[in-house]
Ligand binder design. Structure first.
Ligand code: SF4
Length: 240
């Protein structure tokens, strides 16, 4: 499994072992980050994007040293065999690191199911990982014309749509989610985004309201929420 994944990641990553994965933090138990599973969350260091609402700014620096050595993480997971169902790779952006496939392989070898939280900025890497994942939470930050402003990375919207295509084709269980407040894009654009995602084949969408510090209160009208919900087989609203 490892060989085929690292091959897809490119030759420069083919010798990157799990011990090189820089983990910035660990949540030992969650019941909400991997639906239906009791899981640990590994927060991977580094992200190439700079969303204004990022809740993990301490994880953004890709050059920061690991807070937890992989050996320590592995030993922790080994002790949790039979107690946890799965492991979530979150971030930061896990697919930034070439050591991710090796770490994923070790997690699977311990008998855990595996989930990934990603912004989809590396579509080919995600495609290579998908056969070895049980669930993916994919962020779609906004409409294509707003995406680059939200992430601070030109072209990020197209990358996320390419990743979405790989995810939907794979058949892997997923949640597509969008963090929103009116300062990012307006409610009409939010509806247009829902239309776009539904047309692309998304059936599971979560809308996560986000308040900015000092920002004005806002609330989507119930009729608007109903209209958004009607576009998807599964719709979740996470209030700010
Ligand atoms: S993609 Fe995620 S981790 Fe990266 S800056 Fe945006 S919110 Fe933060």
């Amino acid at each position: 499994m490892l060989a085929e994944v690292v091959a897809a990641l490119g030759s420069e990553s083919s010798d990157v072992g799990a011990e090189r994965l820089r983990i910035g933090g660990l949540t030992p138990l969650t019941s909400i980050d991997f639906p239906g599973r009791l899981a640990a969350v590994l927060f991977c260091q580094g992200c190439p994007w700079r969303c204004s609402y990022c809740h993990n700014p301490e994880l953004l620096d890709a050059t920061a040293p690991a807070a937890l050595p992989w050996a320590q993480v592995h030993a922790f997971l080994d002790r949790r065999r039979g107690l946890l169902d799965g492991v979530v790779f979150s971030g930061g952006e896990p697919t930034l690191q070439a050591a991710l496939p090796a770490a994923l392989a070790q997690v699977r070898a311990l008998g855990f199911e595996a989930a990934l939280h990603t912004g989809g900025m590396y579509p080919q890497r995600l495609a290579a990982l998908l056969p070895h994942l049980d669930w993916v939470g994919l962020d779609i930050k906004g409409p294509l014309h707003r995406h680059g402003v939200i992430t601070g990375a030109r072209g990020s919207g197209l990358r996320s749509r390419e990743s979405l295509g790989h995810l939907l084709t794979s058949g892997v269980a997923y949640e597509c989610r969008t963090t929103w407040h009116p300062g990012l894009f307006d409610a009409d654009e939010l509806v247009a985004l829902a239309d776009e995602l539904a047309a692309l084949g998304v059936t599971h969408w979560a809308l996560q309201e986000c308040r900015t510090p000092g920002g004005a209160p806002f609330a989507l009208a119930p009729a608007r929420i109903q209209a958004l919900s009607a576009r998807f087989a599964s719709f979740t609203l996470r209030r700010a």
